[in-house]
Design a protein around this ligand. Sequence first.
Ligand code: NI
Length: 173
Amino acid sequence: MSIRPILIHPDPRLKKVCADISAITPEIAALAQDMLDTMYDAPGVGLAGPQVGVMSRILVMDCEKSETAPRCPMVLINPVITWESDVQNVYEEGCLSIPEQYGDVTRPAEVGVRWLGLDGAEHEQAFDGLWATCVQHEIDHLNGKLFIDYLGPIKRQMITRRMEKLKRERARE
Ligand code: NI
């Protein structure tokens, strides 16, 4: 088990488009496990490669919120949204790279996603509820987009200034 440091916004690596992963190697499997460990430790419901400084198209998530239900870890490599519902959903999103800041984001309520699994096979599945919000938020990370990019400029700048202050404080510790 290895917890990796999570990059905090603003960071140029959080603004870049990530590259496809060409093969499932033992290194990718180890990265996926580290990312899940890091996500559960935070705790959070999703984490994307660039948030741990890996500029590759990989994300992990587990939106099973019930304390009594078993964990439901998912690893998506090279995920692609194949369809979106016309029905939209508003969810108050947060992000492990923007700690303790939240904002309402409107996204399709349901999406279809195709991805490569750690088993090397192609998977396709529909997501709804928090899972749909989360998978779209994490795929955005792979394209250098953050949830605050959906907010108005004043709120976005306010959050960014708070994060700059947080990073200065952490650097002094
Ligand atoms: Ni995020």
